[in-house]
Ligand binder design. Structure first.
Ligand code: GRF
Length: 212
């Protein structure tokens, strides 16, 4: 049993803020996992960059507070980034999880949670970074792709890798079928990485993430 869970009666669950842009199936995997009181984290807030992100309904159904910080309402990226940082801050989160959040986080958000932001990406990084990873892998013609859970830095899907899982591309796959297969693997990987991060002390040494 780790230090955090030395005594069941004094157990503290890490506070997570989850950021989404779309349907929120990864968010749902985290909601389901955190509904188990033995899971070492709880979701305290869900944020989106668009009010029509249907994943927000999943948060509301689970009774989790939501917020929207839409870049269209800000004059530039810096102002949006500062507004997003200000919206996340009151949740006092130990970890921020970017789960299908289709924006690059800026300095204000990153500096508020140094080495404490996790992203899930539907390809085996460093192959196919960016917003069209599944399509790009298909177009390239690779036979194996997958998903990567990594720490977020200021680049596009460039932060230290926490975990990866391969998914084979099958004859006849299109972007939808392949993405669905990747997502089912991604959900489990994300949940298990979040659990590990919350159960251990985490040190980042260069590109290596050491759990103790
Ligand atoms: C996931 O595959 C994520 O890696 C990618 O977009 C997808 C989001 O799916 N960035 P969902 O909103 O969690 O269903």
């Amino acid at each position: 049993m780790s230090g955090t869970f030395a005594d069941e009666s004094t157990r503290v669950r890490a506070r997570l803020v989850v950021l989404i842009s779309g349907g929120g199936s990864n968010l749902q995997a985290l909601i389901d996992a955190t509904s188990d009181p033995d899971f070492p984290a709880q979701i305290v807030g869900v944020g989106a960059d668009r009010a029509d992100a249907t994943g927000l309904d999943r948060a509301m159904r689970a009774g989790v507070p939501t917020f929207v910080v839409d870049p269209k309402q800000y004059s530039d990226r810096g102002e949006w980034d500062r507004a997003l940082a200000a919206a996340i801050a009151p949740f006092d989160a130990e970890w921020v999880v970017s789960a299908g959040f289709m924006r690059i986080l800026g300095e204000a958000v990153l500096s508020g949670h140094p080495q404490r932001i996790v992203n899930t990406h539907p390809a085996l990084l460093p192959s196919f970074p960016g917003a069209h990873a599944v399509r790009d892998a298909l177009v390239y013609g690779v036979k194996v792709t997958g998903c990567t859970v990594h720490l977020v830095d200021s680049g596009v899907d460039t932060g230290p890798v926490l975990a990866q899982q391969a998914v084979a591309i099958e004859a006849g796959d299109d972007e939808t079928s392949l993405h669905e297969r990747i997502k089912s693997v991604e959900h489990e990987l994300l949940v298990s990485v979040v659990a590990s991060l919350c159960r251990h002390d985490v040190q980042v040494i260069g590109r290596e993430v050491v759990f103790s």
